[in-house]
Ligand binder design. Structure first.
Ligand SMILES: [Zn+2]
Length: 194
């Protein structure tokens, strides 16, 4: 085993700089989701991680951060696309919450329904809306484990004022999942057979 460490790197692959247009307007939900799915697709095609992408926007349409699944690339089980997007957004705005006074409202768009960990982080992230494309069942079909996500989990977030909406551009996101399966990409933290 190597020496103890006291820091850890969280970043996006360098190609993100080539495929993300930071300056454009993302007022439309479809454009926001298309970006999250495009990130997922590039992550598969470029071999940098699992088939998941996410992005955080201000309600006004400004892109704040993006994330791609980086679990295997950075040897870190917490680096789901949504977690990377949360970390980079909060670093950018300089706050542990995206709901700090004076901020525009923030929304998370993700290519697949958030797992248990990402739902937990969503609660504390400060976003007020989550939109996902593929469903948890689509990810489980591939063998990925979504963890303890229940109807009550979504209800809990809704009671805290966070809107959750699924199915936007689902078929596009499912195509990326299928491509990953066809390439036989690694399924980390695989769902136990039940
Ligand atoms: Zn997750």
């Amino acid at each position: 085993m190597s020496d103890p460490v006291r820091e850890v790197l969280v970043d996006c692959p360098a190609w993100v700089g080539e495929v993300v247009d930071w300056g454009r307007d993302y007022s439309r939900d479809e454009d926001r989701m298309a970006l999250a799915i495009r990130l997922a697709g590039h992550n598969v095609d470029r071999g940098t991680g699992g088939p998941f992408g996410a992005a955080i926007f201000e309600r006004s349409g400004r892109l704040v951060s993006v994330g791609v699944n980086s679990v295997v690339r950075l040897a870190n089980c917490t680096l789901h696309a949504e977690m990377v997007a949360f970390m980079l957004a909060q670093r950018r705005v300089g706050s542990f919450t995206l709901a700090a006074p004076g901020f525009d409202e923030h929304e998370l768009f993700t290519s697949c329904e958030p797992c248990a960990m990402c739902l937990g982080a969503t609660l504390w992230s400060g976003v007020v809306r989550v939109v996902y494309a593929a469903g948890g069942a689509d990810a489980r079909e591939l063998g990925f484990d979504e963890g303890p996500v229940f109807a009550e989990s979504h209800a809990y977030l809704r009671e805290r004022g966070i809107a959750l909406e699924g199915g936007l551009l689902r078929e596009e996101a499912r195509k990326v999942l299928a491509r990953y399966r066809d390439l036989a990409g690694p399924v980390y933290n695989r769902r136990p057979e039940v």
